[in-house]
Design a protein around this ligand. Sequence first.
Ligand SMILES: Cc1cc2nc3c(=O)[nH]c(=O)nc-3n(C[C@H](O)[C@H](O)[C@H](O)COP(=O)(O)OP(=O)(O)OC[C@H]3O[C@@H](n4cnc5c(N)ncnc54)[C@H](O)[C@@H]3O)c2cc1C
Length: 542
Amino acid sequence: MAPADDASLSTAPDAAAVRSLAVPSDGAAETGPGTVVWHRTDLRIADNPALAAAAAASDRVLPVFVFDPGFHDERGAACDARIEFLHDCLRDLDRQYRDVGGAGLTYAHGDPLDVLGRFVDAGWDVVAGATATGRYGRRRDDRAREELGVRFVAGDGLVRDADRPRDGWSDRVESWFASEPFDWDPRSVAVERVETGVDPDRVAGAYGVDSTKTRVPTGGRGPAREKLDAFTERIAGYPGSISSPVDAREGTSGLSPYLRFGCLSVREVHRHVDERAPDGRGKSMFVSRLFWNRHYTQKLLDWPGWLDEAVNPVYRGFNRDRHDPELVAAWKRGETGFPMVDASMRCLRETGWLNFRMRALCASVYFHVLQQPWRIGADHFFEHLIDGDAAINYTQWQSQCGLVGRPGLRLYDPRKQVRDQDPDGEFVTRWVPELDPLPAAHLDAPEKTPLAVQRETGVRIGEAYPYPVVDYEAARSEFRDRYGAVHGAAAARLADEEIARRASLSGGLGAARTIAADHGDARDPEEADAATATQTDLADFG
Ligand SMILES: Cc1cc2nc3c(=O)[nH]c(=O)nc-3n(C[C@H](O)[C@H](O)[C@H](O)COP(=O)(O)OP(=O)(O)OC[C@H]3O[C@@H](n4cnc5c(N)ncnc54)[C@H](O)[C@@H]3O)c2cc1C
C-alpha cells in the first residue's frame, strides 16, 4: 500500500496527553497510575492472560493498540485486506471493552517503544501477552522488556519454561486446553482510555489501505463466535470437506484469521467444540488441527529463524541458483499451465484464502517442480493470506518443501489433484475461466487436449491458456535427483543438537536423532506421494 498522507499521523498519544490522564485521588498514585495492556495478536477481552494479569495488579487498566508504521507502510508484509480485517477486529475490541462498562480501546500510532515509553515515563506499568515472533519481533519485545520493563505474560499453551520444550509437550498442551480460561472482573477495575485522534479509519486513509479482494470475512469476536457456532453444528461433515477446494470453503471452520488475530483463543475454540460438538471423527480431526496450530507456533518460539533461512543448513540456498523471475511471476499470476495451481493462485490473490491441500500443492509445485527459492513463495503467501500467520506459514512452507531433513518428501501432482479434488472442474473453471469451454476430462492437462477439441471449443492451448511452463515429469525427476543427492547429509545434521532443537520436531531430540541414525548419509530420500500420504496424527505429538 502507498502512504497517502502519512505525515498527518504523528506519534500518538503525545506525552502531554498521557500525563493528562488523571491520577486517582484514592492513593493509587503510590502504586502508579495503573497498567497498560499492550494488545498485539490477542484482540479479545476473554481468556486474555495479559489483561487478567493487569486487572489483578491494578485498579486501572488502559488497553492500547499501537499502529506501527513498520507494519503499515511499504515495509509491511500484509495485503490491504488483512489490514482491513485487523481494523475490524480492533473496532470490535473497542466495543468489547465498552460493552463491559469500560471507556474503550486507545488507538496509538508510532514505534511501539516510543509510544509505550511515554506511558512508562508517566508511571504506568505495561503488560503484553507473550507471543512467538520472528527475529524482528523478538528484538522489539526484548527491547521493550529491557528498556521499558514491559512484562510479557505467557498463557498461550506454548512451553517456555523447559530446556527441552518438546519433552512431554503434547501432555502439557492437552492440560492447557483443559484448564480454566483467564478471567477478570470488569466491575473491579476502571478501564481507561486516552483520546489520540487515531483510529482505524484514519490509519486506513493515511496509509492508503484499500483492498480489492473479495469474499473476505469481517473481523472481530462477534463474527468469530458465529463461525464457531455454525461450524460446531456441521462438524460431522468436516472430514469429507477438507480436501476439495470448493467444499473446504464452507466445510472447514474458517476460523484461521480469527485465531491469527486472537479474536478467540485456541483454548476457547477447543473448549467450545469439546463441550458442544458430537463425538466422532469430525471432532477428533478438528481438535488435532488445534494441536497443529500450537505445534507450528511452538516451532517459531523455539527458533525465530524460520522466517529467514532453511532450518536445516544443508538446504540453505537450495534452488537459489535457479531463480527465474519469470517463472516466479507466472506462479504468482496463476499462469503456469497447471490448472489446479493457477486456479489456486488466482483464488489466493483475489480472496486471501485457500484450503490446506491447495496451499501445500502450490508450495510443492513452486519448490519441487518450478524449483524456485522457497522464501519468495512463502513471502507471497504471507502477503496475501488473510490468516497470514508467520508462525504457521513459514514453518509449513519449510515442511512442505522438505527443508527439515525428515524422510518422506511430499510431492503433489497438480494433475492428479484436478482428477481427485475437482473432477467436474468447478474450481478450475471458476478461477481460470478461459478453460471453461473445455470438457472437464481435459482440465487436468489441457495441453494434451486433441487439436480437434481445441478448435471446436475455441480454447487454443498456447494462446488462450499457456502450455506448462516446465515439463512436469522431467522437472520432478530432476528435483528428486538433486534433493536425493543431499538428503542423507541433511538427515545426518539432525544429530546435531543445535539443529535438532531449532527443527523442534514433535518427538523432540530423540526423534531427530532417530532420523539421523536411520537416514543420515543415505543416497536417496524416501518419498511419499502427498496425495496418499496422511498428515501427522494427534498421536504423533508424543
Ligand atoms: C504452505 C502453507 C501455509 C500455511 N499458512 C498458514 C497461515 O499463514 N495461517 C494459518 O492459520 N494456517 C496456515 N496454514 C495451515 C492451514 O492451511 C490453514 O490453517 C487452514 O487452511 C485454515 O482454514 P480453517 O481455519 O478453515 O481450517 P480448519 O481446518 O477449520 O482448522 C482449524 C484451525 O486449525 C489450525 N490448523 C489447521 N490446519 C493446520 C495446519 N496444517 N498447520 C497448523 N495449523 C493448522 C488453524 O489455526 C485453523 O484455523 C498453511 C498451510 C500450508 C500448507
